[in-house]
Write a protein that binds this ligand. Structure first.
Ligand code: HEC
Length: 151
C-alpha cells in the first residue's frame, strides 16, 4: 500500500515537472520577448513609472489630497497635499504640505532626477520630512519623471 501511494506520488511529480518544462518554459520565453520588444518604448517607461509612483515609492500617499473619509481624491492625483500629521518635537523640520508634482509641477527634470537618485536637491540641501530620501537608479528616476510628466 505504501509503495502504491509512493508511486502515484512520484508519477504526479513527474507529470508536474513535465508540464512545467513544456508550458512554463514557453510562458517565460514569451514574457522575455515581450519585455525586450517594449523596454525602450516610451509607453513601457511610463507604465513602469506609474508602477513605481503608485505601488512602490507611494508618492501618491503624500502628494495627493484626501477627502473627508481619508480616501485619495483621484481627480487631484499628485497635485500636492496637506500632511495631516505633526512630527515629534525631536524630529527634523516637518513639512506642512507636499509639493504638486503632477506634470512635474514647477520642477525641471534635472532637479527631480537629482532628488530621486541622490536623495538631495542639486544644491545639496534636502526637502523636509516626511519626504523620503530616495536612492533610485537613473532608469527608475527617468521612468518616474516620464510618468509624472504624462499627468
Ligand atoms: C511620506 C510622504 C512622501 C512620499 C512617499 C513622497 N513625498 Fe515627495 N514630498 C513630501 C513632502 C512633505 C514634501 C515637501 C518637503 C518640503 O516642503 O521641504 C515633498 C516634496 C517633494 C518634491 C519637491 C522638493 C523640493 O525641493 O521642493 C518633489 C519633487 C517630490 N516630493 C517628489 C516625490 C516623488 C517623485 C515621490 C515618489 C517617488 C515622492 N515625492 C514621495 C512627502 C512625500
Amino acid at each position: 500500500m505504501r509503495n502504491r501511494v509512493m508511486s502515484i506520488f512520484e508519477t504526479l511529480i513527474a507529470l508536474a515537472i513535465f508540464a512545467l518544462w513544456t508550458f512554463g518554459g514557453s510562458a517565460i520565453q514569451i514574457g522575455a520577448e515581450d519585455q525586450s520588444a517594449d523596454s525602450n518604448s516610451a509607453i513601457s517607461r511610463i507604465e513602469r513609472g506609474r508602477y513605481l509612483v503608485h505601488d512602490v515609492a507611494k508618492c501618491t500617499e503624500c502628494h495627493t489630497p484626501r477627502d473627508a473619509r481619508g480616501e485619495l481624491i483621484e481627480s487631484r492625483l499628485l497635485t500636492g497635499a496637506a500632511i495631516p500629521v505633526v512630527g515629534p518635537h525631536f524630529a527634523k523640520p516637518w513639512a506642512a504640505q507636499s509639493a504638486s508634482i503632477a506634470g512635474l509641477g514647477n520642477y525641471d527634470e534635472t532637479f527631480v532626477r537629482h532628488l530621486l537618485v541622490r536623495g538631495v536637491r542639486p544644491d545639496g540641501s534636502r526637502p523636509n520630512s516626511p519626504m523620503p530620501r530616495f536612492k533610485m537608479t537613473k532608469e527608475d528616476a527617468n521612468a518616474v519623471i516620464e510618468y509624472l510628466r504624462s499627468l
